[in-house]
Every structure is written in structure tokens, then in C-alpha cells.
Write a protein that binds this ligand. Structure first.
Ligand code: PSU
Ligand code: MN
Length: 310
């Protein structure tokens, strides 16, 4: 057992009785959305998981402890910025633990902590990927490497077009990470339902996905799975509006010479500003939708797993 892990009582009970659990990340709260919508969204996303009969497990690092399952008070202190949490990916975790620091976990950080707690399903908004211009900058999110090695399924709305989506897909293919369209044969592009990129794998029910996850991990094929769930149609944005906003934000980031961990938060915040908050509304809707789908997958996965082990 990981001596730095603090699993909440609720999540611990759920693990003990094989209830479905959905991990949730915290960078989206601290570096992906403004206060106070970030706290409201974090609470609503937890509720979405509960509505499906699963238990939410939001992950963060507080006082050097790897927390799995946060109280409302802890969520609020993270969201309002009073803890000054750093964006915590795989590389940041040892230092935060050693120094008792506070961190909000990215997709990569959440995956590795979820796995160590025994949680296999995780819901978020969008994964990190290969940034535009990566042929010059080498900016490849650690999320992709984590997906290659850690046994957690990530339900997302695809990836934002702040990234180079074709390169991101090539990398996932190289690393053997299945990318499954949920009810779609095309990679969703976060704010819009379509990217023009065809997917090789599609599933139309949570059960199909659960069977695939079980097969993958029983086969000893370590690594994650991306479940790409399009934004609900009524919240999807106009492609020309969002493409223009992203183009502007990327151009500004290049002019400022931004790089490293600060780039993604900058782009997310600028796109929200440029669209006058419209993108934030879409973002909130798609994360909640992903939480519902992840919970239904977690339920099916528990059923399939318990049957397989019987
Ligand atoms: N993409 C989004 N929203 C987000 C992020 C990415 O559409 O909130 C966050 C996630 O936490 C993701 C991280 O894991 O940014 C990736 O950051 P980087 O590109 O620095 O690896
Ligand atoms: Mn990066």
C-alpha cells in the first residue's frame, strides 16, 4: 500500500464492497476554470456520478498527501485558490510529497494516483496532447505517456483544437492506447462534436466498453484507454467561432513565448475570454456529461470484473 495515499472513508467503503467509483481530476478546477464556476462545476460533476449510483473520487495533493475523495471543504479551498496549488503532473508529485505541498492533479497525475488506489475509470473534460508547433517546441503532454503506461480508462470529450489533433492521435496509436468513440466514429474536438479525424474503434454502450477494458487488462496489455464522448449537441459550439478564438489564443501564446506547464492554462483562459464565456458553458456541460457516462462504464466494469473473477 502506498504510504502517502489518503483514501476518503466513502471511497474506501466503496472499494471494499466493489461499488463503481469514478476518479475526477483537480487541475480542471484550479487551472481550467475561473472561480466560482469551478467549485460549482466540481460539485455538480460529483453529483452527476452519484446520480448514476457510483461514488466520485476527486484527486488532489494536500499537505503532501495524495488525496482520493475530497470533502466539500477541501474542494472549496482548492477552488478558491487559497492553497495556491501547483499544477501537478507525474514529474511534480515527488517534490510535492517530499515538501508537504499542495497540488491539483492533471490527467496524468490523477491517473497514476487513481491506479494506486485501485480505481479504473476517470472522467474529465479534455486530455492533454501534442501541441501545435511541437515539431519545433517538443511540447508533448505527459498525459500521453501516462495513457501509455497506467491502467485507467479516461472519459473525455476528445481533445481541444489548441492541440495538434492528428499528431496526438498518431502518438496514441504508437503507444498502443485504444481511442474509442462513444456513439461516434469520429474524434470529437471538445467544443464541437467532430474533428474530421476518423476513429478505428467505436462503442455504443457502456457494456461494450467495460468488456474491452476487462479484456485489455486481463491480457496484461498495460496502459490506459481514451473514451471519446462528444459534447451534447445542444451545447456544441459553432466551429468557425471556436476555431477563430483558438487561432488567436495560440498566436498570442507564441508571441509571448509561453511554454511548459503554463501553456495549456493560458490557452484555456484566453479561449474563454475571447468567446465571452460561451466556451465555459460548453466546457461545464461536457464535463458533466462525461461524468454520467464514466459512472455507467464504471458500473458495467464492476459487473464484468466480478463475473470474470467468480
Ligand atoms: N485540456 C482541457 N482542459 C484542461 C486540461 C487540458 O481541455 O483542463 C488540463 C488537464 O488537467 C490536462 C492538462 O491533464 O491540462 C494538460 O496540461 P499539459 O498540456 O501541460 O500537460
Ligand atoms: Mn506541455
Amino acid at each position: 500500500m502506498n504510504p502517502y495515499l489518503d483514501v476518503s472513508e466513502e471511497v474506501n467503503d466503496a472499494l471494499r464492497v466493489n461499488m463503481p467509483i469514478v476518479a475526477l481530476e483537480s487541475t480542471i478546477i484550479t487551472h481550467g476554470m475561473p472561480w466560482p464556476q469551478n467549485l460549482e462545476t466540481a460539485l455538480e460533476v460529483e453529483n452527476a456520478v452519484r446520480e448514476e449510483g457510483a461514488v466520485p473520487a476527486t484527486v488532489a495533493i494536500m499537505g503532501g498527501r495524495l488525496k482520493v475523495g475530497l470533502s466539500r471543504d477541501a474542494l472549496e479551498r482548492l477552488a478558491n485558490g487559497s492553497l495556491h496549488p501547483v499544477k501537478a503532473s507525474r514529474r511534480d508529485i515527488p517534490m510535492l510529497v517530499a515538501r508537504g505541498g499542495n497540488g491539483a492533479t492533471t490527467v496524468a497525475g490523477t491517473m497514476l494516483i487513481a491506479e494506486s488506489a485501485g480505481i479504473r475509470v476517470f472522467a474529465t473534460g479534455g486530455i492533454g496532447g501534442i501541441h501545435r508547433g511541437a515539431e519545433k517546441t517538443w511540447d508533448v503532454s505527459a498525459d500521453l505517456e501516462e495513457l501509455a503506461r497506467t491502467n485507467v480508462a479516461v472519459v473525455c470529450a476528445g481533445a481541444k483544437a489548441i492541440l495538434d489533433l492528428p499528431k496526438t492521435m498518431e502518438y496514441l496509436e504508437t503507444k498502443g492506447v485504444p481511442v474509442i468513440g462513444f456513439g461516434t466514429s469520429e474524434l470529437p474536438a471538445f467544443y464541437t462534436r467532430q474533428s474530421g479525424i476518423k476513429l478505428s474503434q467505436r462503442a455504443d454502450t457502456p457494456e461494450e466498453i467495460a468488456l474491452l477494458l476487462y479484456a485489455k487488462w486481463v491480457l496484461g496489455l498495460n496502459g490506459g484507454v481514451v473514451i471519446a464522448n462528444p459534447i451534447p449537441a445542444r451545447y456544441a459550439m459553432d466551429k468557425s467561432v471556436i476555431d477563430a478564438a483558438i487561432g488567436k489564443a495560440v498566436g498570442e501564446s507564441e508571441a509571448k513565448g509561453l511554454k511548459g506547464a503554463e501553456l495549456t492554462p493560458y490557452l484555456l483562459a484566453r479561449v474563454a475570454e475571447i468567446t465571452g464565456g460561451d466556451s465555459l458553458e460548453a466546457n461545464i456541460a461536457l464535463v458533466k456529461n462525461n461524468a454520467h457516462v464514466a459512472a455507467s462504464i464504471a458500473k458495467e466494469y464492476e459487473r464484468v470484473r466480478l463475473k470474470g473473477e467468480a
